[in-house]
Design a protein around this ligand. Sequence first.
Ligand code: HSE
Length: 355
Amino acid sequence: MHYNLCFIGFGNVARSLVRLLERKRDVLKSKHNVTYSITGIATGKHGFAVNPDGLDIQKAFELVESGQDISQLTNHQPFDFAQGKSPITNSLDVIQHSSANVMFENSPVNTQTGQPAVDHIRAALNLGMHAITANKGPVVHGCRELTALAAERGKKFRFESAVMGGAPVFSVMREAFPLAEIESFKGILNATTNVILSRMEGGESYEEALAYAQKIGLAETDPTNDVDGWDAAIKVAALVTVLWDAPLTPQQVNPTGIRGITPEMIAEAKAAGRRYKLVCSAEKTDGKIQVGVAPQLVDAASPLYGMMNSSTGVTFRTDVIIDYSIILSEKPGMTGGPEETAYGLFADFVNIARS
Ligand code: HSE
């Protein structure tokens, strides 16, 4: 089948995804009989482009990467171009006029409201598209509504990359654990704080370690979201919301960050064979869910002890498979970069296409 794809948000993650799609173009066709065109792009700073016959993606990259506007690529017959101005002036125009079958939503999101991602996804589903996002906001703020809307339209709403980048978490728990009851989960879901705590153990100051996490592109634009536990909290909220169908906000997680952990505390813990980790946890007992994000001391007996630097991981306890862990190991440079996040989006697309 041929898919028209539109991209709402065309930053590093979306562009990595386009590169990955191009790299896998032949195998997509040979293994799954999937072909694709990119028919719509909405950028934050470089305009909007639509061509239902397929945009010149090479040209779109050149324009965006040289700081130019992509609107000149728009070619859409119903419109009169006599004015020489593109009639496509916002993301919703792109969604509406791109004739896409799949929308990738990766625009900057307000994590307090999930907007504008929720509106984009709602519009795409209403137009009969599948919607795929790496954003946590719409998962936390719109999961029930958007999943129901998708089901009503016979489409999918997918968000594998929202937690642990491209590592399969949601799809594994959805597809590979039929009728299992998840009793709890525990892990490290924020890489920045793990880098900071690891490097402080190695002797760096908090400021030096944070600067390193920013340098390798791991920290959020506003790193207070990492160090105060909000990024971890929204990931916990996303897991709880999806896996237990129990809507939860980051505010309800009420996280404690790592600012209170001093070099002295880390040295003292080290001398005792222990380490501080920003531990994310959730447990369901008699239908009641308790959640937490807070620094905890762990010793060598804990699976979290050996997760250093940018590695992240989570262990699910279920009623059938007792402890099932997913670990994203650290690698030189970083974990959770745009390529890994792009892979989660790509995997969502392939999984939709082959089902
Ligand atoms: N700032 C995030 C982290 C990036 O450090 O884990 C990935 O969501």
